[in-house]
Design a protein around this ligand. Structure first.
Ligand code: HEC
Length: 172
């Protein structure tokens, strides 16, 4: 009985000493402790107000969204090999996860869609005009599942991707 009591007392003293050593470290040594990092709490700083006109609510894409596809013109040279080359890189950044490396809709994400994605080389897709493609990629397909990417991909980069897609051969 006495032994248990003694062990308990020694344990308490040891815990107390360890605690004191840690506190001593925290109070006197300045490195490697998290309390040094200032945590920013929500709304600790005043919320910055954006100057008038910083976010375009009209013009540019807002205007294009209302423009019929046949009146929308590319902002890049669509047949330029350099445009197509850049478009390819952009395709593999923004589209391939769904539309696949072979443009057949069999990308890692695209596989799980049902019904499956259209083949981008198919006559159905290849016969779409560049204006229609631009609107679908930018603002999504009405009642469709193509994600609207206008806020994700810069305007000229969307045209470069379209130039690349239109350069693909339809499989025989
Ligand atoms: C999250 C997955 C996803 C991503 C990313 C995606 N798409 Fe799609 N896309 C779809 C789906 C799903 C459809 C089928 C739409 C439907 O049937 O309504 C589609 C359809 C299309 C079509 C055919 C439209 C038509 O009228 O038949 C084109 C062209 C297209 N996508 C191009 C692109 C391009 C270019 C990109 C990259 C900039 C892209 N997509 C990124 C999922 C995606």
């Amino acid at each position: 009985m006495k032994k248990i009591f003694l062990t308990g007392a020694i344990l308490l003293v040891v815990i107390f000493l360890v605690y004191e050593v840690l506190i001593l470290y925290d109070n006197n040594f300045r490195y490697g402790r998290m309390w040094e990092t200032h945590a920013v709490r929500p709304l600790e700083w005043p919320v910055m107000a954006m100057p008038e006109g910083a976010v375009a609510v009209d013009g540019a894409d807002a205007l294009l969204r209302r423009t019929p596809p046949e009146l929308i013109l590319p902002t890049v040279e669509m047949k330029d090999p350099e445009t197509i080359k850049l478009g390819k890189t952009l395709y593999f950044t923004y589209c391939a996860q769904c539309h696949g490396e072979n443009f057949d809709g069999n990308g890692t994400v695209g596989q799980s869609f049902h019904p499956p994605l259209p083949d981008l080389r198919s006559t159905k897709v290849q016969s779409l005009t560049e204006g229609v493609l631009f609107k679908e990629i930018s603002y999504g397909k009405p009642d469709g599942r193509q994600p609207p990417l206008a806020t994700t991909i810069a305007l000229s980069d969307r045209w470069r991707i379209i130039a690349f897609i239109q350069s693909l051969d339809t499989p025989k």
